[in-house]
Design a protein around this ligand. Sequence first.
Ligand SMILES: C[S@@+](CC[C@H](N)C(=O)[O-])C[C@H]1O[C@@H](n2cnc3c(N)ncnc32)[C@H](O)[C@@H]1O
Length: 208
Amino acid sequence: MKSSSKHWDAVFSGAEDSQLGWYEKGASKSLELLNHIPKLENATAFLPGVGTSVLIEELLSKGVKLVLNDISIEALNRVKSRLGDKCNEINWICQDIAQPIQDTMPNIDIWIDRAVLHFLTDEDDIKGYFKNVKSILKAGSYAMFAEFSKTGAPKCAGLTLHRYSVDELSERLGSEFQLLIHKNFTYINPGGDPRPYIYTLFRRNSGN
Ligand SMILES: C[S@@+](CC[C@H](N)C(=O)[O-])C[C@H]1O[C@@H](n2cnc3c(N)ncnc32)[C@H](O)[C@@H]1O
């Protein structure tokens, strides 16, 4: 089955945040990598497939401006009601991240993906995703990817995954992106099961 808005709307309608298989109370592992970026304050971050992640509030508290994407309107509406007035400061994009992103986007300094890319399994969709990464990230910007590693579970949320190695991420990004950090991290999901992830931070070369 393909990742679709219908599938994800049903997932979010059917569960509280804390029951979701990827739920995190705090986004410490993502922040550990993002804290290597010299200046987060006033940077603009694009979060594809943001779901209902608490990383949103963590980034807002650091003065990061946000562009939030998800294929699920249910997920985005849940975040909007959680944020109240703060949601007016955010750019919202409800669409499939494998499809071209509108060109009225603000300049993006940081791309932050946790557990989204690995749901794209068609080669055309994966290519469409990386085309978006490359078209919206300017020179000197950063990209963080936290995906199921090659030793991770083959499925999540009822969908088959395309799991990643650092080498594959580097190859798909191309030579204009330099790998800064990579770490293995085993996340324990709400059911108590270990989920091995690979966390990576890349920087796009200046002058590209
Ligand atoms: C496993 S959840 C991770 C959510 C969030 N990034 C986090 O770490 O809590 C995957 C998210 O990606 C979204 N998603 C799945 N396929 C997508 C696609 N093709 N385009 C945009 N969002 C997608 C889902 O709706 C869901 O919110």
